[in-house]
Design a protein around this ligand. Structure first.
Ligand SMILES: NC(=O)c1ccc[n+]([C@@H]2O[C@H](COP(=O)([O-])OP(=O)(O)OC[C@H]3O[C@@H](n4cnc5c(N)ncnc54)[C@H](OP(=O)(O)O)[C@@H]3O)[C@@H](O)[C@H]2O)c1
Length: 319
């Protein structure tokens, strides 16, 4: 199976593991006092993200997943390692709208207003050609990776009553941050992942539009949406599909764990509405800030420009 590699890198340095610049112990990356909700924060990449936000000093970590025993184990492990962070677990499926609404009600009543939402839960159909993928798996991919995630986003932003999220007189306005754990498969061709790729792309594309349209919420809070590829990490999903430590040049799970904390920090604000990879060096990204903004880079789009369009741009720039 082909996989994204260094040749797809936007930065010269291609990171495979954590590095000091994105360590959550850096004071600039402090998330002290924040409330972070992570779906699938009990397993794989989500668990690493949860651990690193705890190191960054969050007040509350909320984990949503379906398997109660796994949630309990993760919560115990995180509480033991990070006693200053309060752990909260909710056994619910993100495709169950009523259950998810009830979870958010309990969070707002009994815990705190969430500052950061990390969408790590995902459905992975079996690795097959698009045309051979069973219809049930096709639909489950879109139901979890698009519909379930969109419901989460709407609950997190409380879009029907945004004023209850943040009183209008609060200054400075609070940040509401969404970290979309997306995939390079949204824009790099990876064989036998067509349905998964399309469902991940659909959600990421919807979020990019949501960021563009966010001005109607700006009187209540600052919305920042970041989509990122977490790297290629050996998790249970890979193991279920026959992978082991030797089958791929795997990235260290702490790389996306730490990168997520950096992405939620004020330094990464300029990357909102854009797509980045955890493998990309953050200092090089910061060095490229002016170019990224000026040339509108790191957005999902179509590669290629017709000659007439280039000529038109050249001529109109002379007017
Ligand atoms: N691993 C990689 O190399 C890689 C590469 C690119 C992108 N990603 C992305 O990274 C994220 C995490 O992947 P991972 O490999 O670390 O997987 P993982 O967390 O090991 O597995 C996915 C988790 O999602 C939860 N989940 C699935 N459906 C759910 C639902 N309806 N409601 C609530 N929770 C649900 C499952 O927990 P329960 O069964 O307990 O609900 C499961 O533990 C995913 O979004 C994936 O697309 C991973």
């Amino acid at each position: 199976m082909s996989q994204p590699t260094f040749k797809d890198s936007f930065t010269r340095k291609y990171r495979k593991g954590p590095y000091s610049r994105i360590s959550p112990t850096q004071p600039t990356l402090s998330a002290s006092g924040k409330t972070v909700l992570i779906t699938a924060g009990h397993t794989g990449i989500g668990f690493a993200i949860a651990s690193n936000f705890a190191v960054a000093g969050v007040a509350h970590l909320i984990i949503v997943g379906r398997r109660q025993n796994m949630l309990k184990k993760a919560s115990e492990d995180l509480s033991r390692a990070h006693p200053a962070t309060k752990l909260h677990i909710f056994a619910a499926s993100i495709v169950d709208e009523a259950a998810l609404s009830a979870v958010f009600h309990k969070i707002r009543q009994g815990i705190a207003e969430p500052d950061v939402l990390v969408t790590s839960a995902a459905y992975f159909p079996s690795s097959t050609n698009v045309l051979e993928t069973p219809m049930q798996q096709m639909w489950a991919s879109f139901e979890t990776n698009v519909k379930g995630n969109m419901h989460l986003v709407q609950e997190f932003l409380n879009v029907t009553r945004p004023s209850s999220v943040s009183p209008t007189n609060q200054t400075p306005k609070r940040d509401k941050i969404i970290l979309d754990v997306s995939s390079a498969a949204t824009h790099v061709f990876v064989r036998k992942t067509g349905i998964y790729s399309a469902s991940k792309l659909a959600f990421t594309r919807i979020l990019a539009t949501a960021q563009d349209e966010a001005s109607f919420l700006s009187q209540y809070f600052n919305l920042r949406i970041h989509s990122f590829h977490p790297g290629i990490v050996l998790t249970q999903i890979g193991r279920n599909n026959g992978h082991n430590v030797d089958t791929m040049p795997w990235d260290d799970v702490q790389l996306p764990g730490q990168f997520a904390v950096w992405l939620a920090s004020p330094e990464a604000e300029f990357l909102k509405g854009r797509f980045v990879w955890a493998n990309w060096d953050v200092d090089e990204l910061l060095d490229g800030k002016e170019r990224i903004l000026k040339e509108n880079l790191l957005k999902i789009g179509l590669v290629g420009k017709a000659d007439w369009a280039i000529a038109l741009k050249r001529n109109t720039s002379k007017l």
